[in-house]
Design a protein around this ligand. Structure first.
Ligand code: SIN
Length: 517
């Protein structure tokens, strides 16, 4: 199997795929795209329901909307990049190349919907499965590009830094450089050394660390943990965004999202008394920024010991809902709810990691030759709370920009000599799979109960003590155990939880950092 690529991209969501397309087209560069998933489409992009912002030339309000949602903690320079470059990239990559299908108006123009905290409708969508349409169209486009290889069931374990391989401390350039990654091949139970001139992390967020979340199961902080172990910088890790409305159905591995576009198109939030409670929390009611709505729902639930609140879209006809929100309509019908007649029980769930691997506005991390794009990265765009439907746009824009930057510098790089890098030593001790699952559940409950929407210093300190002890145990166990994707994920999860807790305890300091970046 080929393990030497000009560029290694870890992760196959919108950011990784966009970067790969830009790097591969009209060049002879060899691009290796790896994913731990069984299928390339297994990514958070695939699950995104709502849509992707299109920043029109007339749109004078987008900066204010992003800043309002984030309480003025978004980084202005990152917003400027969206204003300047995102529509060009969206047109080029999604509309012209991948031919992603978006809903259209009767006159053939692109239809735009609205979500919470947006002052105008500016969101392109494909019914209620926009991410799926984008992901599949990008993958179909990539299938025709010969110099991109996609390898599935490959779990990145650690970034390779020459510093870890006996390079003299005086060779600073070499020492801080990332030259590829150790990758666990799930089929062959082997670890490969993937070497690359440049490495791009596009591994997504860390929201699956919570008991209730909307993400794919791979959102376990793999990229964050790898960067931290390699000595790179993370920032704003406490800024976990909770989505206000997920279906309060039977407990599943992930909670089913009920897109904010429902509220954008008139759905109301009611408490079990039938009261439209958002009027007590914000002038914009259900269309207040996400953090405010999530917090209001939790307050209602905690103060009244309610299991959930309700989303009401019964003013719309069944015919309309079946066409506009087909995924949601059918999901609820499978749970014996007809959303044109019934109230939908909803609870908030962890949804997006606004902080992440610290990057500049070309995706460059603090480690040489390592880029990070999409949810794993923190460009500062989202501040403490992300405006709805900015995430796909950020992944697309900064994935493309990182590739543009790499193209200007790749010719200066050579491969690092692979022989200098030691082979991975496989441990032999068999482990009890149920222990891994139990540890995972302890982590998820701890994060949900003590590091969730309602945080306090006491809760965080309790979480810190629990996670710290678990971390010690897991690291001991990891060292000797036979490698497995779940075990790699468990180690990353516990490390990233610790980082989130420590950042939360530092609190407001990070907000300042994000503005001063
Ligand atoms: C949603 O559809 O509500 C999610 C969109 C987003 O997270 O930006």
């Amino acid at each position: 199997m080929k393990t030497k690529y000009d560029i290694l991209i870890i992760g196959t969501g919108i950011a990784g795929l966009t970067a790969a397309i830009k790097l591969a087209e009209n060049t002879s560069l060899e691009i290796g795209l790896i994913t731990r998933g069984e299928k390339p489409e297994e990514s958070n992009t695939y699950w995104a329901q709502g849509g992707i912002i299109y920043v029109g030339s007339e749109d004078k309000k987008i900066s204010d909307d992003i800043q309002l949602a984030s309480k003025n903690t978004s980084y202005d320079e990152a917003i400027k990049v969206l204003l300047k470059d995102s529509s060009r990239i969206l047109n080029e990559v999604l509309i012209e190349k991948a031919k992603t299908e978006f809903n259209k108006n009767e006159d053939g123009s692109l239809a735009m919907t609205q979500e919470a905290a947006h002052s105008i409708p500016r969101i392109l969508y494909n019914a209620d499965a926009t991410g799926k349409a984008i992901e599949i169209s990008l993958l179909n486009y990539i299938n025709e590009i010969k110099n991109i290889s996609i390898l599935t069931k490959m779990t990145a374990i650690d970034l390779i830094t020459p510093a870890h391989h006996g390079v003299s401390i005086h060779q600073r350039y070499e020492k801080d450089r990332i030259v590829g990654a150790y990758v666990f091949d799930q089929e062959q139970n082997k670890v490969h050394k993937f070497l690359a001139k440049k490495t791009i992390l596009a591994t997504g967020g860390a929201n699956a660390l919570y008991l209730h979340h909307t993400n794919g199961l791979g959102a376990r902080g793999d990229g964050h943990a790898m960067v931290r172990r390699a000595g790179g910088a993370l920032t704003n890790m406490e800024f976990i965004q909770f989505h206000p409305t997920t279906f309060f159905g039977p407990v599943a591995q992930k909670r089913f999202l009920l897109t904010e576009a429902l509220r954008g198109e008139g759905a109301k939030l009611l408490n079990p008394k039938g009261e439209r409670f958002m009027k007590r929390y914000h002038k914009d009611l259900e269309l207040a920024p996400r953090d405010i709505v999530s917090d209001a729902i939790m307050t209602e639930m905690i103060e009244n010991k309610w299991d959930s609140v309700f989303l009401d879209i019964t003013h719309e006809s069944r015919e309309h809902l079946e066409t506009r929100f087909p995924t949601i309509f059918n999901h609820l019908l499978n749970h014996k709810l007809d959303m044109s007649k019934d109230l939908i029980p909803v609870v908030p769930a962890a949804h997006y990691t606004c902080g992440g691997v610290k990057t500049d506005l070309d995706g460059q991390t603090s480690l040489k030759d390592l880029y990070a794009v999409g949810e794993v990265a923190c460009t500062g765009l989202h501040g403490v709370n992300r405006l709805a439907s900015t995430s796909l746009l950020e992944g697309l824009t900064f994935g493309h920009k990182a590739a543009e930057k790499i193209l200007t510098e790749i010719s200066d790089n050579n491969f690092y000599e692979g022989e200098k890098i030691k082979d991975w030593t496989l441990s032999k001790e068999h482990f009890d799979m149920s222990l891994i699952n139990q540890d995972k559940m302890v982590i998820k409950h701890t994060m949900w109960n003590y590091v969730g929407i309602k945080k306090s210093r006491n809760r965080l300190l309790r979480a810190k003590a629990m996670v710290s002890e678990l971390n010690t145990q897991i690291q001991k166990f990891y060292k000797d155990a036979v490698l497995h994707d779940d075990l790699i994920g468990l180690r990353n999860s516990v490390e990233v939880c610790y980082i989130i807790i420590a950042s939360s305890l530092r609190g407001h300091q990070s907000i300042k950092e994000s503005k001063e970046k």
